[in-house]
Design a protein around this ligand. Structure first.
Ligand code: CA
Length: 132
């Protein structure tokens, strides 16, 4: 059994919005999986940073018919719901040829412009590879 997957390295972001009273945020990134997985993938939280470095490697399972890969950046809060700092989406066609890509992209967000940096590569992998 084989699944389509995208190997993703979530590298960093620059100049995120400040969401906390101290003028900083506690950012982490969420990716939704589409290939029958109910859970999303989350990076660890980087505390008190507007230019976090995650260097987070993961494999995102996608349906062969997937349209886009979407990243959502949140500010973690201890006592309230986490705030969305911005999102960015990448069309499936970007990954179609299986060549590794290295992308800097502005986040869609309310005001200030910030950049999101990741590596991605489409691959086929056996079902068991997802769990080892
Ligand atoms: Ca926070």
């Amino acid at each position: 059994m084989f699944k389509l997957a995208i190997e993703v390295d979530i590298i960093e972001a620059r100049d995120l919005l400040a969401s906390d009273k101290n003028g900083l945020s506690d950012p982490y990134v969420v990716i939704d999986q589409t290939a029958g997985f109910t859970s999303s993938i989350k990076t660890p939280v980087v505390k008190e940073s507007l230019s976090p470095v995650w260097n987070f490697n993961t494999v995102v399972c996608v349906d062969p018919s997937f349209k886009k890969l979407k990243f959502r950046v949140f500010d973690w809060d201890r006592f309230s719901a986490d705030d969305c700092l911005g999102t960015c989406s990448f069309p499936a066609s970007m990954f179609a040829d299986g060549v590794p890509i290295d992308v800097w992209q502005p986040l869609k967000q309310k005001s200030k412009k910030c950049l999101f940096h990741f590596h991605g590569c489409l691959k086929y992998l056996s079902f068991m590879d997802v769990f080892v």
